[in-house]
Design a protein around this ligand. Sequence first.
Ligand code: SF4
Length: 366
Amino acid sequence: MQTRIDKRFLTCMYCPNLCLDRCPVVAATGDITYAPFAKMSLAGLLDSGLVFADRTNALVVYQCIACMACTEYCEHNVDVADALLNTRQELVKKGITGIDRTLFDEDQDLLDSRLKKGFPAQWFEPGLQGVLMPGRAMLRGPFSQMHALTGVLSRLRIQYLEVAAVSAMSTGYDLYAAGFLDDFKSLSRAMYARLRKYKIVVTPSPVVEYTLKVLYTLFNTGSGPQVRSLTEVIKPLVLAEKNKNPLHLRMAFHDCSFAGRYLGRYEEPRQILAHLASIKPLELRRTRENAMSCGFGGGFQRLFPDEALRAAMEVLKLARDAGAQVLVTEAPECYDLLGKAARKLRSNVRVRLLFDLVYQWLKQNR
Ligand code: SF4
């Protein structure tokens, strides 16, 4: 009997490891067992039944941040993240991974209370056409960021957004990425039902944006709200403001994989930064389509927090090498990891969120 191996796995099996230096997991761990070529070869063998699936080799398939850097580089356009995700789903179905599903449960009471503390009461007035979804990374982060977010929206007179109970709920990306597909489908249906009453959802998180815009539409029918990133919403309003007092900072921009490779947004944040500082931001050696992941994605941070932190430290080193004083990101998820990496490295490079800089500029510019 002939054994069939899926073409995506086979392509990598015959590849001389070309995308090795693209992989942030290899950079973070120094272990080429986790190179895309090796993970795909193992996944192909597991998938075809040629290798017995146990917990040890199942977990190798989880050593992927789903950042798509290898796919961007690949001559054959192999979607490694998607192929590994399919393998994860199969392994979860068979109960082989040993990954505890509750690892992806949120402390909802904590998120609810942080939402209430972080957003002034007037933001909870119901009846507006849009809702703000800050995302769990932002809700777990410093209150100063929530203050900056509401400050930017108020100063730019964006008045169609409210905050509601749904704003503190997880959209479940990590659950999906870890292969718990049925749980993710149920969660997405429940969330979609809650969000349908709105015409528009605005989020500072490219992870939330991708989950709502792309993943939810895979498992939900009928029309849902329009989903927009905070960056897109504020860009025309920021550029319309005369720059009387530019920020004097040497800034470099870190492209989040979700905003960049997943959603194709590279120019808008750079245009905002160029406007704030009256000069284009510095570019990292790995930038735009070739940007290096900070370690967030694919459920990697929850499963392997130390390795994720090391990936973020690699990005910080790129910022240092570029001569940046400030490394800017639009994603609260990247901000969290890069900030931890900066503290760990005792780096002189400060990490800032894009909208936080916009808030600083708006205050000093008027
Ligand atoms: S993703 Fe492309 S470049 Fe990377 S190992 Fe597979 S075939 Fe080679």
